[in-house]
Design a protein around this ligand. Structure first.
Ligand SMILES: [Zn+2]
Length: 98
């Protein structure tokens, strides 16, 4: 997946913003953010609209490209684990490790 780097000052953000929060410029270049490090994991039980017993793992991941993202992990991982990232068609970001 990609994040967005301001061409004027280099500030990197996700999702893309109308204006750079750092300098106000409005032109961005896409930068690959294919991996990151898990910071914190939250375990969600019984998600609304889903059958009971469904568990989801949400993590804050600091991407190697810079921005911090909220990511759904395919399985429970510890803080510090390195994950690969992919953007799903529904806009969710999934983190996985092999
Ligand atoms: Zn900028």
């Amino acid at each position: 997946m990609n994040v967005f780097a301001c061409v004027a000052c280099g500030h990197v953000d996700f999702p893309r913003r109308l204006l750079c929060p750092s300098c106000g410029h409005d032109d961005f270049a896409e930068v690959a953010a294919s991996t990151g490090s898990v910071e914190e994991v939250t375990i969600l039980h019984h998600r609304a609209g889903k059958a009971g017993g469904d568990i989801a793992y949400l993590a804050t991941v600091l991407t190697h490209a810079g921005p911090r993202l909220i990511v759904r992990l395919e399985r429970l991982l510890a803080s510090g684990a390195v994950v690969s990232l992919r953007l799903e068609s529904d806009g969710a970001i999934v983190g996985f490790s092999d």
